[in-house]
Design a protein around this ligand. Structure first.
Ligand SMILES: C[C@@H]1N[C@@H](c2nc3ccccc3[nH]2)[C@H](O)[C@@H]1O
Length: 448
């Protein structure tokens, strides 16, 4: 291995209470809200085909025009209690809110910037009421913070000369001050979700990202911060130059999921997902495919089956309301989660051989394994191969707690014959297992 001062400082996952809690929540809500919701992907009658929150980088959007939008930001229909109720009904257990996106506009009245909500017609802090409402609803809050800051005069994508380096140093002080300010103002937040850390100016100062992580942990012990914050002193990001994960979980799964358990290398990880192909902030015209309830449920269940968290993104309008598609999606997901959430919360990788019908999820630290069926076989019979030294002591449908009698089909294999092959939404079956010898057939009958 290479000697590193600013690489990973920990082998293996964190096991403290804050991380155990984060891992158990499994399902989060991302909220991208800011000035970009005003143009909403359109300007001067033209539609921007990129991600709405990047419109300032569009050649048709004069920077000056974008930078004046704060004068119009007045979310008169903002109702944080309603937002929290919607998230609770959906089954989200944590929420990540953009404190400031790449444009640098702060949703809180930061004393380190003039480009904040205080300068808008709304004037008042938006983060505090949100954090209070979500915490009251029993939902943890994490703060998204973009290192890239297009508004700040000292932001540099790369440091080309002494003047750049001096600006870069001033900018690092600004970043540290804003983060300390957020922790001081919002002491109940559980973590930071850093973004915009791909520019050379950040990548080439791994020492600063390391010191910043340690500074924040010292200020607020237990904070959960992903790998996207971090670079090592050789410019390696997420994974240090020895291939070890930096930060508390792998934070690279943006609009994509790992395929198999091998892809996550035993690390904690989290995927963040958009409802359309690639829109985080509110875009008036969603183009292309909009994901359905069942598609989102499969991503959530697949993530948990591979030991990860899944976060679904919402982009509120400039007035503080949600578009109908997002409201319907939240409600539909919540309906399924109300009945089947036990299979998701506190879920982990089960250690069973993957089958085509869907995913296994083990309730953390127990012998209870859930089967979540997405692909009903034409036979209506679900194949289960037990891992070594595992015996099956009970099988039941989650819906209605109906007992099922599996058929032993040789060695460690069983068929679970379903009474009804019809399926409108993912079906959950609970397997009770014990550590045993699974030496011969029919041990389920004996155990009955
Ligand atoms: C969580 C997501 N990360 C930001 C982002 N900007 C990118 C620029 C290039 C490639 C990927 C990006 N993701 C998106 O704007 C959103 O905030």
């Amino acid at each position: 291995t290479i000697a590193l001062k600013h690489g990973a400082h920990r082998m293996g996952n964190r096991t403290d209470a804050d991380m155990v809690r984060w891992r158990s929540l499994r399902f989060g809500q991302f909220i991208h809200w800011g000035l970009y919701a005003i143009p909403a992907g359109e300007w001067n009658g033209k539609t921007y085909n990129g991600a709405a929150e990047w419109i300032r980088s569009w050649k048709e959007m004069p920077h000056k025009a974008y930078d004046q939008l704060y004068r119009q930001f007045n979310p008169v229909n903002f109702n944080p209690q309603q937002w929290a109720a919607q998230a609770k009904a959906m089954g989200a257990k944590y929420m990540i809110i953009t404190t400031k996106h790449h444009d640098g506009f702060c949703l809180w009245p930061s004393k380190y910037s003039k480009y904040t909500i205080a300068a808008s017609p709304w004037k008042k802090d938006l983060l505090g009421p949100m954090i209070d409402a979500y915490n009251k609803a029993g939902i943890d809050v994490h703060l998204y913070f973009s290192i890239i800051d297009w508004n700040h005069p000292d932001y540099r994508a790369s440091l080309k000369n002494a003047a750049d380096s001096a600006a870069g140093k001033r900018f690092q002080v600004f970043v540290k001050n804003q983060l300390a300010e957020l922790l001081q103002r919002y002491p109940t937040i559980k973590g930071f979700w850093f973004d915009g850390t791909w520019d050379d100016s950040w990548k080439n100062d791994g020492a600063f990202s390391d010191e910043l992580e340690q500074y924040l942990q010292a200020l607020h012990p237990g904070l959960v911060m992903g790998s996207r914050l971090r670079a090592d002193e050789k410019g390696a990001r997420h994974f240090d130059s020895n291939g070890r994960l930096m930060g508390d979980y792998e934070q690279g799964w943006e609009r994509k999921l790992p395929a198999t358990i091998a892809d996550v290398h035993g690390n904690d990880w989290e995927a963040v997902m958009t409802v359309p192909e690639n829109q985080w902030g509110y875009h008036a015209k969603w183009m292309g495919h909009v994901k359905t309830v069942n598609e989102i449920l499969e991503m959530l269940v697949k993530s948990v089956s591979l030991n990860g968290n899944f976060v679904l993104n919402f982009g509120p309008k400039a007035d503080g309301t949600y578009r109908a598609e997002e409201q319907q999606l939240a409600a539909g997901i919540g309906e399924w989660m109300k009945v089947n959430g036990a299979a998701v919360y506190d879920g982990t990788y089960a250690g069973f051989e993957k089958q085509d019908w869907g995913y296994y999820i083990r309730k953390s630290g127990t012998d209870s394994v859930y089967m979540v069926v997405f692909n009903m076989p034409v036979s209506g019979s679900l194949r289960v191969k037990l891992p070594a030294r595992t015996e099956l002591t009970g099988v039941s449908m989650m819906q209605g707690n109906v007992a099922l009698a599996p058929e032993w089909i040789g060695r460690n294999e069983y068929f679970i014959h379903l009474p009804n092959k019809q399926q409108e939404s993912p079906m959950v079956i609970l397997l009770k297992t014990v550590k045993g010898e699974n030496k011969d057939k029919g041990n389920v009958e004996k155990a009955r």
